[in-house]
Design a protein around this ligand. Structure first.
Ligand code: SF4
Ligand code: SF3
Length: 541
């Protein structure tokens, strides 16, 4: 195996023995082959589209398969194996409808006959099979952007919102990664175009979420516990949450959010459910402690899964693109019918209520619609000097000790700064007593990582209000923490919007070759973090 797609890549280079995330070589290699097969599906799907054939099934397959390979989403080798076979079947279906060209890339032709063949093939087509390190770097940067895009696209799709142009771009970009003779000059524009579609997919998901569940509003979320047995729902998929809430009505089972599901509380439509009690715990990597004390079943709708301990593994359920061998997987919707969560609900009834690990509440819901309603107050605070700078601290959290930087940074920021956040990065500081500025909380949480879109909308609105030419003239500093590939698409989206001088940490991606890193630094002013004192001195004061 070789994988370097996330921030925790071993030794800052890549995982080659076992994933720091817990991914086994078997799963890693199968994921490589799944990605390869998906490229073949993209080739056939493009041929289909060129010939007026319906490609819906192939397009849905592509986003689902890409999502499965995201960090911490799916560790289930059987599921990945099935997905590879499904990819072969979809390729064959399209092939049967087309006069196939004589020469096609191997990914569109190759069929492993059994698991042994899958294993040996996967060793030939992994990341390191691309020899030139700059081409490899650009192809992987593009691929990781596509993975993030696919995840957001799938959530929107689940709510009935689609944009065929996004699928067309994913196809085009995946096909580009199969080209052995493609140059850096050809790949770089595709990477930047990926950012354009990153904005589009986040806008689509924003539309899907807000049209389905209303606009997020300022909300105080309980972080204590009630007395009933309960289900903990994690991940990002709001359609799954809605169906779970519906199915738990009148059962005596409560529902709590974990990690990236916290922002669901900000949506008006979910407030009508009295058994939607609060948020339990913190960011994804704390789950090995928090799931023990939660006592009830846990439902993963997406990443981030940490390989579960034996003590609670039987309480872990997965659905959608997520999966873990030995845990029950809740099947997809069939014929427009909701998923069936009855097994999870029945399980919860036999469990004790959650053990309290903290109490009180946290405030969030500052997505674009809500912030724009407060625009006058915000603008006045900037004009009067009460707010000197906004600091975007969006992105991901992770388990490494060096992320304590973000807690310290938030704590040490001058009191006339406001943190804008989205994603699970917020758990590093969202329970600190940072106070407010004239009624504006010093941490404004817009929502999930995809709600970084909200932060961009807010920035663009402020640019308009202050009549500025350039988004970079705003008093906004970007200190973004990344971990997995959704953060990659968020970063590319911000670059597309013209944002410069984004600081990225806790470390720069292992998949950036020195030359590609140099291009990003020279063109966009991307920087690394140093110490809290230095960074505050250089960026804020
Ligand atoms: Fe390593 Fe991250 Fe890949 Fe897991 S996803 S194998 S931790 S680089
Ligand atoms: Fe978090 Fe995995 Fe990235 Fe959606 S849940 S932000 S790390």
């Amino acid at each position: 195996m070789f994988c370097y797609q996330c921030q925790e890549a071993s030794k800052g280079v890549g995982c080659s023995i076992k994933g720091v995330c817990g991914k086994t070589p078997e799963v890693a290699n199968l994921q490589d082959l799944l990605l390869y097969t998906t490229k073949g599906v993209a080739i056939w799907s493009q041929l289909g589209a060129d010939n007026g054939i319906n490609t819906d099934k192939a397009d849905k397959y592509i986003i689902d398969a890409l999502f499965i390979t995201i960090t911490n989403a799916n560790f289930d080798s059987n599921k990945i194996l099935e997905k590879i076979k499904e990819g072969y079947a979809i390729q064959d279906e399209l092939k049967a409808q087309l006069d196939a060209p004589v020469e096609l890339h191997d990914s569109a032709v190759y069929r492993a006959k059994d698991e042994n063949e899958m294993e040996s093939k996967s060793l030939l087509i992994g990341i390191l099979s691309i020899e030139n390190e700059d081409i490899r770097s650009l192809k992987e940067l593009l691929t990781y952007g596509l993975k993030g895009m696919a995840a957001y696209g799938e959530h929107a799709w689940n709510l009935g919102f689609e944009n065929p142009e996004i699928y067309a771009f994913i196809r085009k970009a995946l096909i580009a990664t199969t080209k052995g003779d493609i140059t850096a000059d050809e790949l770089l524009p595709l990477v930047l175009e990926c950012g354009k579609f990153g904005v589009d997919v986040m806008a689509l998901l924003d539309k899907a979420n807000t049209e389905s569940f209303g606009h997020p509003e300022v909300t105080s979320v309980n972080i204590g516990v009630g007395k009933n047995p309960a289900i903990l729902i994690s991940g990002h998929d709001l359609k799954d949450l809605e169906e779970l809430l519906e199915q738990t009505q009148g059962t005596g089972v409560d529902v709590y959010t974990h990690s990236e599901m916290l922002p669901a509380h900000y949506y008006p439509k979910f407030k009508k459910y009295e058994n939607f009690v609060g948020n339990y715990g913190s960011a994804w990597w704390k789950q090995t402690e928090e799931f023990e004390t939660f006592n009830g079943p846990i439902l993963f709708t997406t990443n981030c899964i940490v390989p579960p301990k034996a003590s609670y593994k039987d309480r872990v359920y997965t659905t959608g693109a997520s999966g873990f061998g030995g845990c029950t997987h809740i099947a997809d919707r069939q014929n427009g019918q909701p998923k069936d969560f009855s097994a999870v609900i029945e399980h919860a009834k036999k469990c004790a209520a959650p053990t309290e690990i903290e109490s009180g509440s946290i405030v969030g819901g500052f997505a674009h619609n809500q912030v724009l309603q407060l625009a006058d107050k915000v603008v006045d605070a900037v004009k009067s000097g009460a707010v000197n700078k906004f600091v975007v601290m969006a992105g991901c959290d992770g388990r490494m000790k060096d992320r304590e930087y973000y807690t310290d940074f938030a704590n040490e920021l001058p009191k006339d700064t406001v943190i804008l956040t989205a994603g699970c990065a917020k758990y590093r500081y969202n329970k600190l007593p940072l106070g407010d500025i004239g009624g504006i909380p010093r941490v404004l949480d817009a929502g999930q990582c995809n709600d970084s879109y909200s932060l961009a909308v807010t920035a663009l609105k402020l640019k308009e209000v202050f009549e500025l030419e350039d988004i970079n003239d705003l008093p906004i500093v970007y200190n973004i923490a990344w971990y997995e590939q959704k953060a990659v698409i968020v970063l590319l989206a911000l670059l597309h919007l013209g944002v410069k001088k984004i600081n990225l940490g806790p470390t720069l991606p292992a998949f950036l070759s020195p030359n590609v890193a140099k291009i990003l630094i020279d063109t966009f002013g991307i920087g690394a973090i140093s110490t809290v004192e230095e960074d505050i001195k250089n960026w804020i004061v």
